[in-house]
Design a protein around this ligand. Structure first.
Ligand code: FES
Length: 264
């Protein structure tokens, strides 16, 4: 169930570089949020703008009533958010969208594949999984790696790939996934991925090549966040005669089965 709340910003701090974490006081959303869902935020310093901005939920603390988001400053909206001081009140709508499936039992080995700050959207999944995921994190350089210590503190094994080899495997994170795919039959493995589209495309392709499915969190521009404007439409596979249909990322996703994804 989604809620629209006027939420006080408890803290808004730089993690490093262009990456920030903002914590909102939003008890209703904190209680309802599921891994992989998002909140739609009206950024206070952009009050003259009608549109909200979508942010993946990084973490929630239902007892404290907090909802945390990690974001990168990439444009005017996130620049304004980064300058918004604590105690400011922001309008939040959420939790929105369909998120990741938490494995029901510890028999399933979760594997998280994340690129850049896409890992933030998988943190709640790691927290709530009965068996701690193996996390495969990719980034351009070591400086772009986030939350490694936080995932390790949950008990996750974190394996790293960087494009320039400054930490971990030199190359793409998808190379780290290969051994899990080969070992997956008949061992049950649940793969969840979030990051840049080229990485997601490669993950989806690799999964299907090995006869497996997984869950892919697609990053797409959104306007309304609630299914009304069709700004977030994508193609997904379907049984109809065309073999595909339109889906809205905001309400049918952002997490889709890899087997439903269509890459042009
Ligand atoms: Fe409006 Fe998805 S953002 S329909």
């Amino acid at each position: 169930m989604k809620h629209q709340v006027e939420s006080q910003i408890i803290a808004n701090r730089r993690i490093h570089g262009d990456y920030f974490q903002v914590d909102f006081n939003a008890p209703e959303i904190a209680r309802a949020a599921q891994p992989g869902q998002f909140v739609h935020v009206r950024i206070p310093l952009l009050e003259h703008r009608v549109l909200r901005r979508p942010f993946s939920i990084y973490n929630v603390e239902p007892a404290a009533g907090t909802v945390s988001v990690i974001y990168k400053v990439v444009g005017e909206g996130t620049e304004c958010l980064s300058q918004t001081p604590a105690d400011t009140v922001a309008s939040l709508l959420g939790p929105l969208g369909c998120g990741f499936t938490v494995p029901a039992t510890a028999d399933v080995q979760p594997v998280i594949v994340a690129g850049g700050y896409g890992c933030a959207a998988t943190y709640l999944l790691a927290r709530r999984s009965p068996r701690k995921p193996v996390c495969l994190f990719g980034a351009r350089t070591e400086a772009d790696l986030l939350l490694v210590k936080e995932f390790e503190a949950l008990g996750c094994e974190v394996r790293i790939a960087t494009n320039d080899g400054s930490r971990g495997h030199r190359g793409f994170v998808t190379a780290l996934l290969e051994p899990f795919l080969k070992a997956a039959q008949p061992r049950p493995v649940a793969v969840a991925a979030c990051g840049p589209n080229p990485m997601l495309k490669a993950v989806a392709k690799d999964l299907l090549l090995h006869g497996l499915d997984g869950e892919i969190s697609l990053d797409h521009a959104m306007c309304c966040g609630v299914g009304a404007c069709f700004a977030c439409v994508i193609k997904r596979k379907s049984d109809n005669p065309d073999g595909w249909e339109y889906a809205r990322t905001c309400i049918d996703g952002p997490v889709f089965p890899a087997s439903q994804t269509v890459w042009d």
